[in-house]
Structures are given as structure tokens and as C-alpha cells.
Design a binder for this molecule. Structure first.
Ligand code: E4P
Length: 217
């Protein structure tokens, strides 16, 4: 499973990218606003930090303007992916971009039939929002399973990018459900390698080792 970080915070991303475990990044207009910096230089910096796909989202609402914004975003770096909303206009832009070989991420997906339409439009990634569905009393992970089945039924190559992740359990369940990637907030990424028994076990090993007086190097 590919792990993307859901952030526009360049400093935080820099420290996470040092692990070598960050495969890509997703941003959205709210994350750009939260970071408080200009969108274009921010995306350019992010693209230099990770080798993989970096989603930059359009803010136009009609396909012609989305395509104009896509042109500006695409010029930033070769690893930019154009993020488009799952609307009729967004899918029109997605179809046009995929025909030109431009990578796309169709976002704000809340139903399996929306995901079907995005795949038909040639989306590179589809982003089902698990957490927001759960917040709304619906089954976010169930949506991932439905999309997996539909895509496998028809051999769609669109990658399922589990989004709106709230917990490490979401990451586990998305992996079990066959999501191709998950985009994760920095705090959840840091929690993924943590376990209390790992900490306690290491503490005991180091205590016993210190008592031997030995050294390896
Ligand atoms: C995905 O691409 C979105 O940026 C993100 O996962 C939204 O998550 P949220 O519901 O926590 O805002």
C-alpha cells in the first residue's frame, strides 16, 4: 500500500519524508489555507521533497477554468497530480486531462457510483472520504470495499486512495479492504509505528544489555 501524507505543511512534511516511507502527498484548498502560504511555491516545495505523486487541487467550478488551472499546476513539477472535485464539470476535466496523459485525483467521493464514473473518466486516483462518511453516520470502509469490487469486476486501473483518515485503524482496515493507497494526516503517520509493547520491550532489552557491559562497535 502506498502511503501519502495529507498536508501542505512543508516543514512537517520534510521531517516525515526523511523516513523514506512517504510515497506521495495530497493537499486541498483547506490545507493550503491552514498552512498560510501561497499555493504555487508551496506545491513546488512539496514536489521537491517527495519523488511520488503530489496532488494539487483546482478551485474553479467549470471544466474550462479547471483545465486552465491544471495547466498552471502541471507546470510546477513533473510529479504534480491534478485534483478535481467529483462533479460533472470535474469529470469532464478529468476525461480531457486523462486523454492528454495528465495524472488526476478525483476527490470528494462518497459513493460507489461516483467512483465508477471517475474510473470511466480515466481518473488515476479516486479519493473516497472514509472519515467524513463515518462522521455522517455512514460506513466509510464499506465504500472502499464496494469500490474495490467494482473496479476489479471491470478491470479499471484507477487507484483507490483512501482519504479522510482519522485513525490508525482506518489505515489497517483500508489495507485489508484492498485500497491501493491511503493519504494520512502527519499525526496518524507518526502513530503507525507506535505500540506500547514495543516501547516496553525495548526498554527491557536495553536495561539487560547495559548490565552485560558489552558493546557491538
Ligand atoms: C484528501 O485528499 C483530503 O485532502 C483529505 O483526506 C480530507 O480529509 P478530512 O476529512 O480530514 O478533511
Amino acid at each position: 500500500m502506498h502511503i501519502f501524507i495529507d498536508t501542505a505543511d512543508v516543514a512537517e512534511l520534510d521531517s516525515l519524508a526523511e523516513t523514506g516511507l512517504v510515497d506521495g502527498v495530497t493537499t486541498n484548498p483547506s490545507l493550503i489555507a491552514k498552512a498560510g502560504k501561497a499555493i504555487l511555491p508551496t506545491l513546488k516545495e512539496i514536489c521537491a521533497l517527495v519523488p511520488g505523486p503530489v496532488s494539487g487541487e483546482v478551485v474553479a467550478v467549470n471544466s474550462a477554468d479547471m483545465l486552465k488551472e491544471a495547466e498552471v499546476l502541471s507546470a510546477l513539477a513533473p510529479n504534480i497530480v491534478i485534483k478535481l472535485p467529483l462533479t460533472m464539470e470535474g469529470l469532464k476535466a478529468c476525461k480531457a486531462l486523462s486523454e492528454r496523459g495528465v495524472k488526476t485525483n478525483v476527490t470528494l467521493c462518497f459513493s460507489a457510483v461516483q467512483a465508477l464514473m471517475a474510473a470511466k473518466a480515466g481518473a488515476t486516483f479516486i479519493s473516497p472520504f472514509i472519515g467524513r462518511l463515518d462522521d455522517n453516520g455512514q460506513d466509510g470502509m464499506g465504500l472502499i470495499r464496494e469500490i474495490r469490487e467494482i473496479y476489479d469486476n471491470y478491470g479499471f486501473e484507477t487507484q483507490i486512495l483512501a482519504a479522510s483518515i482519522r485513525t490508525t485503524g482506518h489505515v489497517r482496515d483500508a489495507a485489508l479492504a484492498g485500497a491501493d493507497c491511503a493519504t494520512i494526516p502527519p499525526a496518524i503517520f507518526k502513530a503507525l509505528y507506535k505500540h506500547v509493547l514495543t516501547d516496553l520491550g525495548l526498554e527491557a532489552f536495553l536495561k539487560d544489555w547495559a548490565a552485560t557491559g558489552q558493546s557491538i562497535t
